[in-house]
Write a protein that binds this ligand. Structure first.
Ligand code: GLN
Length: 540
């Protein structure tokens, strides 16, 4: 089969939504009947995203095969409605690691191993492998960062080499930004002109320029960019701010983007369309009902923007589930530390129809989360705890229902009298030896559900598989005690007996899951537990 490659590179500045743009380009080609996959290249030296702070780098997105990757991989999975693997993600660290290992194994047969060509060659090998694995007609490759940065030069070099080898199979898209300075009130193209030149100096000419900006671009600007950047006017694509990221494929198609891409490749479309997708993209605007959800966590110290990146898959999963329930969603982010400083504030949680506590690590804000759980449990507010949100729900239950006042997770209190969340010997060794990278319980694990449980009714099946990312586990010494008092264990890993789901009897919805269901939610295939949580919330 023929594989074709689309490289997406950034210009002017980061943070303009290159990931969503790449995902949308993939989506429109998929909607024309092609198999599409996507690759994210992170220029960091980190081997994976698992060791990066989510406030700085955004969410760590986990794949089925247990890779800790960049949040853009989540966008690709959601837009392309597919499961990706570690083949779809690379970092500078990972590429060098492979090359160095190969050298140590005499894989280069005595030759001198050099940054060029051996590093770009390894990048190309990885791109082709991912494309082969997905049997992809088109592979969208997003190169992180912006052109002109030292960090991504070797990746641009790989792209240039691929184009040189087979120019008809490779094209380049520059995603740029057109600022509108307040004092001018006019959209400026000059930074994009410079970005194009910088890309040219790497031996690459963009086939398309996608222009992010507050508004649609007007004709004079399009013509200017066309002339100064040497691309046809039709190949300058406008990407204005929109109310929902899921509208972007529609915005692109209005401008005939996929037609132009296919024309350049000399490929005829095979049919299909975006209708169902576009209907979903408009629910938030059109829905008559609203559901109000509080997300209580700690990774949003610097305002909404930080939050939405740290928990992006949770937020998207909440949206998908609300839309499937024909409701628009209003979310508030509450810093759990607020409840520690001011316990009176807990009452504000009654204003919400549901409370979600997402994953997290460490000590900060933990007592605030435990008070949140208590408040939701006692006041029958729908509660959905994910990973740490599940673990702390069991801590709360042990303390206030079992009467074990000193109960805790050993992550926070090593010497707790009641380690209801504990750590196994393998993980303890990892911690003692500072072996943190890639050593958590990661990726997909099976889970058996007990019949008649909230979980089983939501999933409508008794055997599921979900993705994990945690080091600590529920301590089965407490299994009988919590169940006797009404906190049911409704999901267990059949191979290990590890507890994966707990839920409360006599409560409208109180579910804690050790895994991360948010990673598997898709806009048109919302996650069953999120859907059930929102349905319960709408009843409040
Ligand atoms: N800190 C907990 C653990 O490592 C939970 C992790 C998470 O919420 N992702 O087990």
């Amino acid at each position: 089969m023929t594989h074709r490659y689309i490289f997406v590179v950034g210009g002017v500045m980061s943070g303009v939504g290159k990931g969503v743009t790449s995902a949308s380009i993939g989506k429109i080609l998929q909607s024309r009947g092609f198999t599409v996959t996507a690759i994210k290249i992170d220029p960091y030296v980190n081997v994976d995203a698992g060791t990066m702070n989510p406030v700085e780098h955004g969410e760590v997105f986990v794949t089925d095969d247990g890779d800790e990757t960049d949040q853009d991989m989540g966008n690709y999975e959601r837009f392309l409605e597919t499961d990706l693997t570690s083949l779809n993600y690379m970092t500078t660290g990972r590429v060098y690691q492979t090359v160095i290992e190969r050298e140590r194994n005499l894989g280069y047969q005595g030759r001198c191993v050099q940054v060029v060509p051996h590093i770009p060659e390894e990048v190309i090998r990885r791109i082709k492998k991912a494309s082969d694995h997905a049997r992809a007609d088109f592979t969208v490759v997003e190169i992180g960062g912006t052109v002109g940065e030292y960090e991504n030069i070797l990746f641009l070099e790989a792209a240039r080499m691929m184009h040189l080898a087979d120019p008809k199979k490779v094209l380049f898209i520059l995603v740029s930004y057109l600022p509108i300075p307040k004092h001018l009130g006019e959209m400026k193209t000059k930074p994009t002109q410079h970005a194009t030149r910088t890309l040219n100096s790497a031996g690459i000419h963009p086939d398309f320029i996608v222009c992010r900006g507050e508004h649609y671009m007007d004709k004079p600007r399009r013509e200017k960019l066309s002339v100064f950047c040497n691309v046809r006017p039709n190949d300058v694509i406008s990407a204005p701010d929109v109310s929902s990221i899921y509208r972007i494929p529609g915005v692109f198609e209005k401008q005939g983007f996929s037609d132009e891409v296919l024309k350049k490749f000399g490929v005829k479309p095979k049919g299909a369309d975006l209708r169902q997708w576009n209907t979903m993209a408009n629910v938030q605007e059109n829905a008559k009902k609203t559901v109000r959800i509080a997300v209580v966590g700690k990774y949003f110290a610097t305002g909404n923007y930080t939050l939405s990146d740290s928990y992006i898959s949770v937020i998207e999963a909440l949206k998908h589930a609300s839309w499937a329930n024909k409701a628009k969603i209003e979310m508030d982010w509450i810093n759990s530390e607020d409840f520690e400083n001011n316990p009176e504030k807990l009452k504000d949680l009654s204003d919400y129809q549901g409370v979600l506590v997402p994953g997290g690590f460490g000590i900060r804000g933990i007592e605030g989360v435990i008070s949140t759980v208590k408040f939701c449990r006692e006041n029958k507010i729908p509660y959905f705890g994910i990973c740490y949100g599940m673990q702390l729900a069991t801590v709360e239950f042990a303390r206030h229902v079992l009467g074990k006042k000193g109960a805790h997770t050993v992550e926070v209190d090593e010497n707790t009298t009641d380690p209801i969340i504990h750590v196994n010997p393998v993980q303890l060794k990892n911690i003692r030896e500072n072996r943190y990278g890639g050593t958590m319980r990661l990726g997909a694990y099976n889970c058996d559900l007990s019949s008649g449980s909230i979980a089983q009714k939501a999933y409508k099946t008794s055997h599921i598989s979900e993705r994990h990312r945690h080091r600590y586990e529920f301590n089965n010494d407490y299994a009988q005690m919590i169940q006797e008092k009404g906190l049911t264990i409704s999901g267990v890993n059949p191979q290990t007996g590890l507890v994966e789901i707990v839920e409360l009897k006599d409560h409208p919805f109180f579910v804690g899951v050790q895994f991360h269901p948010e990673f598997k939610s898709r806009p048109l295939r919302p996650h069953p537990l999120f859907k059930a949580f929102i349905a319960a919330a709408l009843k409040k």
